[in-house]
Ligand binder design. Structure first.
Ligand code: 8Y7
Length: 294
């Protein structure tokens, strides 16, 4: 073989076509995405900031409990949360991505910032999870250039005020039409068809009734022809239905909603309680799938 420089370059630049996420999406079962937040930034003794150490430990525990991938976020979208700059976000995310990459963990990054998308793509993240469906400045281009798959989530309004008075004529149709428009924008920007995941955005500018309508009609969103990600874990509609103000005590309701979503064909379930969800899903799968492993 001659050392043809063009050939060498092509090989170096070849995208990892053995994408670990694509392999997961090809499995005939719903995937469990564990939620990990990297938030405060005090130092610990191991050279990493304390939040990075804690986030890595939490991700490891979730993988050990059966998570298929980890959704790592550094920007709180809770109403009233202090805004996080993309610089801070990158600073918090990179050490965690670096550590998890070494352990072959499949990593999703929850971000709305184009600069963060560019940085995490270079660092080896596998999926971009954007609650603003790549509507931020430069995000479509950054995501397209990264070559990474993207989650397009529906949100009405902005995190700080979206729960004040959410309004729809027909929430299911409006969310479906919005996602269809974002798919078109992604395709026009050069994002491949097989790199798009859709999400109804449960709790993002929606009343309890809106959330329930969307969950009831996940089939309408599925009909768009893309994998669905659904995040119901510990959310306030569960608190409302079950009269449980404390989020950490909403695990049983979260499992009920996760199983419903799985039954409607959701491909990725974004959850806090990995072990519990994995156990619930293994029973559901035993009942619903003829080929379930014993
Ligand atoms: C979702 C999400 C959150 C969701 C996607 C929470 C970042 C709020 N929820 N991303 N992020 N879907 N794709 O309660 O439902 O976890 S944060």
């Amino acid at each position: 073989m001659s050392a043809n420089p063009g050939e060498i370059l092509r090989n170096i630049a070849k995208p990892a076509d053995a994408s670990p996420l694509a392999a997961l999406l090809a499995l005939p079962r719903p995937l469990v995405m564990g939620i990990v937040n990297v938030t405060d930034d005090s130092f610990s003794g191991d050279g990493l900031k304390g939040d990075a150490t804690a986030a890595i430990a939490q991700a490891r525990a979730q993988i050990a409990a059966g998570a298929d991938l980890i959704d790592l976020g550094a920007e709180s979208t809770r109403p009233g949360a202090a805004p996080v700059s993309w610089r801070q976000e990158i600073e918090r995310l990179l050490p965690v991505i670096e550590a998890l990459r070494r352990e072959k963990t499949v990593i999703s990054i929850d971000t709305r910032h184009a600069a963060t998308m560019r940085a995490v793509a270079v660092s080896g993240a596998h999926l971009l999870n954007d609650i603003s469906a790549l509507e931020g400045e430069g995000s479509l281009e950054a995501a397209a250039k990264s070559g990474l798959p993207v989650v397009l989530m529906h949100m009405q309004g902005e995190p700080g005020s979206m729960q004040h008075s959410p309004q729809y004529d027909d929430v299911v149709r409006e969310v479906r039409d919005y996602l269809a428009r974002r798919i078109a924008a992604c395709r026009a920007a050069g994002i491949a068809r097989d790199k798009i995941v859709l999400d109804p955005g449960i709790g993002f500018g929606k009343t309890v009734a809106h959330n329930l309508s969307l969950l009831r009609r996940l089939d309408v969103l599925r009909a768009l022809g893309y994998p669905l990600l659904v995040g119901v874990s510990r959310k306030s509609f569960i608190g409302a239905l079950a009269r449980e103000p404390e989020a950490a005590r909403r695990v049983p309701g979260s499992l009920a909603a996760a199983l419903w979503a799985a039954q409607q064909g959701a491909k990725i379930l974004r959850v806090h309680d990995v072990a519990e969800t994995v156990q619930a899903l293994s029973v559901w799968r035993g009942i619903t799938s003829e080929s379930a492993q014993m």
